[in-house]
Every structure is written in structure tokens, then in C-alpha cells.
Design a protein around this ligand. Structure first.
Ligand code: CA
Length: 223
């Protein structure tokens, strides 16, 4: 398993590298966003650990450019604790994040979880009213119109479709779409639902994503 650490703080990068090498991973390090993006594109890594605040190109810039061509799991490291900043990273395609300072044990647990995930590649087609979703082609069409979704928006829609007609709680959604297990941060889910609705529901009828007060969300054609 090959991991790329993109972190400009030399000591932190060395500390993480040493720990991960001792845990049996092959590790490369980049100290700025431009090198990090170059290395991530040039080599087939199994995971990126990406600091947000980087010289050259910040972590958000790296993720958004990387996601044009790669689905490599990305764990991002942030010193910020505003929920909107975390949502931004997740919306751009990060798979998980850690807020600095964090313990090495916590990082290792996240790394192992991300590396264990298997991409699901079976044929799946879903239709709800005039929404059609092809999971294999990662395509969503509403009323004949192609809808562009980010990876996380697509994962969220896919999860709701897999449980069509069932209410999914915010914590179920957080744990299944982002591998997050903290009830306190389900704002991320509300923001993501709002963005998904803006794309697939706002300009169309009937509305498909239903809010079930006090419980969560479900996708259903109530028309
Ligand atoms: Ca930094």
C-alpha cells in the first residue's frame, strides 16, 4: 500500500512518514501542493494525506484538480474547525478529514478504514419519477437533463436510492457517505442535502428528497 503525504510542515510530515512506514506502508512526501498534485498524478497511490494549508496550491486546489482524473481516497488535515471549511473539503471530494492536532493512533485508524474500502462497481440503475441514475456510469438525469454531481453528492444520492422510501438518519448518512461517526457534526449532512436538492430538485417536479422532521431524509416519489 502506497501513501502520499502532502504537508509543508517538515516535522509533522517526518513524524507521519515514520509512523506509517513502521506500520508497514510505503510512504512518499511532498512539501507543497504543486509537487503533491504532480506526484499524485504520476504515481498510483492508494491514499493521499493532504494538508489544507499549503504553499503553492492549497489542499482544496489539489483535491479539486486531482478529482478531474482520480478517485484515490483523500484524508485531509485541517487546522480549521469551522464546519463550512470541512464541508468544502468533503464536497470537493475528500473522503475524510482530521482536525489538527490529532493523535497518530487516530490517523492510523482513519488510514486503515479508507484503505479497506472497496470500490463498488456493479451495474445499478435507479429510477424515481423522472430521475434516472446509472451508478456504473456515475450519471444522473432528471427530466432528460444531465445533472453534474460531485463525488459526494453522487454517493449521497446513491445511498438514498439504495434505501428508496426509507428514512435515513443524519448519522447513518454521515457514517455511510463519509465514514464519519460523530453525531455532533451532522450539519455536514444538512449542507450536503441542500446542495444535492439544489441540483436535482429545485428546478424540477415532483420534489423527490423529503425531510422527515426529527428523523432524517428519504427519497421518494410522493406525486
Ligand atoms: Ca500546512
Amino acid at each position: 500500500m502506497k501513501i502520499l503525504i502532502v504537508e509543508d510542515e517538515i516535522k509533522s510530515a517526518q513524524y507521519l512518514r515514520k509512523g506509517l512506514v513502521e506500520s508497514g506502508y510505503q510512504v512518499d512526501v511532498a512539501h507543497d501542493g504543486i509537487d503533491g498534485l504532480f506526484m499524485a498524478r504520476a504515481t498510483d497511490f492508494d491514499l493521499l494525506i493532504l494538508d489544507v494549508m499549503l504553499p503553492g496550491l492549497d489542499g482544496w486546489g489539489v483535491i479539486s484538480r486531482l478529482r478531474e482524473s482520480s478517485q484515490v481516497p483523500v484524508l485531509f488535515l485541517t487546522a480549521r474547525d469551522a464546519v463550512e471549511d470541512r464541508v468544502k473539503g468533503l464536497e470537493l471530494g475528500a473522503d475524510d478529514y482530521l482536525i489538527k492536532p490529532f493523535s497518530y493512533a487516530e490517523l492510523l485508524a482513519r488510514v486503515r478504514t479508507l484503505l479497506r474500502r472497496q470500490p463498488m462497481r456493479q451495474q445499478e440503475l435507479y429510477t424515481v419519477a423522472n430521475l434516472e441514475v446509472d451508478v456504473l456510469k456515475r450519471r444522473a438525469i432528471r427530466g432528460g437533463q444531465r445533472i453534474d454531481l460531485t463525488n459526494k453528492e453522487f454517493a449521497l444520492l446513491h445511498l438514498l436510492l439504495q434505501h428508496k422510501g426509507e428514512v435515513m438518519s443524519r448519522s447513518q448518512i454521515a457514517s455511510q457517505v463519509w465514514d464519519m461517526n460523530f453525531d455532533s457534526d451532522t450539519n455536514v449532512v444538512d449542507v450536503a442535502i441542500r446542495r444535492l436538492r439544489a441540483k436535482i430538485d429545485d428546478d424540477f417536479e415532483p420534489k423527490l428528497i423529503q425531510t422527515v422532521r426529527g428523523m432524517g431524509y428519504r427519497i421518494e416519489d410522493e406525486g
